[in-house]
Design a protein around this ligand. Structure first.
Ligand code: FES
Length: 174
């Protein structure tokens, strides 16, 4: 039977995080240590999951502030239940889905024109002639949700959806 409480070294060994990284996460409120009489940190075994979740979510590109917000909804002082995790996974799933779509789009357009304004590929003349995509805003417009056909009008106007000036998440696939 594993010990109910873990030292910071145990937590470090199991999560692969350095002790200083765990202290950092603790300072940000992602985990809360219990103090022994000798003022040593002890953690719940469930904190392994909290930290593992934070680690993976960051590697998937989620912002630490967003992860903190989500983890703050979990109960402190007792292991979160499956139901507790389900509540936050709904929000995270939406963010992850947007990332997955962006990654898929990037993969599919890797050797094509991404509407970034470089005009360096022969395909750019076809899909982003005269950098028309810049009318929708900054950045690689075709990765951010705009489509080459959004800029088909020859009078300099766009087709509605391309009038945004800030990046948007990619459109859902049909
Ligand atoms: S790849 Fe940059 S504008 Fe086409």
């Amino acid at each position: 039977m594993p010990p109910p409480l873990l030292s910071i070294g145990d937590l470090s060994r199991r999560t692969g995080l350095s002790v200083s990284a765990i202290r950092f996460y603790e300072a940000r409120g992602l985990v809360q240590a219990i103090r022994t009489r000798g003022n040593q940190r002890r953690f719940l075994r469930a904190d392994i999951r909290r930290l593992s979740f934070a680690l993976i979510a960051q590697q998937l590109g989620l912002k630490l502030a967003d992860i903190e917000t989500e983890l703050a909804t979990l109960p402190q002082g007792r292991p979160p239940t499956r139901r507790d995790w389900q509540a936050i996974s709904k929000h995270i799933r939406t963010a992850l889905q947007a990332r997955i779509e962006m990654l898929e789009k990037t993969r599919d357009l890797l050797d094509g024109c991404i509407g970034c304004g470089c005009l360096s590929l022969d395909k750019c003349g076809l899909y982003n002639r005269d950098d028309r995509a810049a009318r929708a805003g900054t950045g690689p417009r075709f990765l951010l949700g705009d489509r080459p056909q959004d800029f088909d009008n020859t009078d300099g106007s766009t087709n509605g959806s391309a009038r945004v000036s800030s990046p948007r998440p990619p459109r859902s696939r049909p």
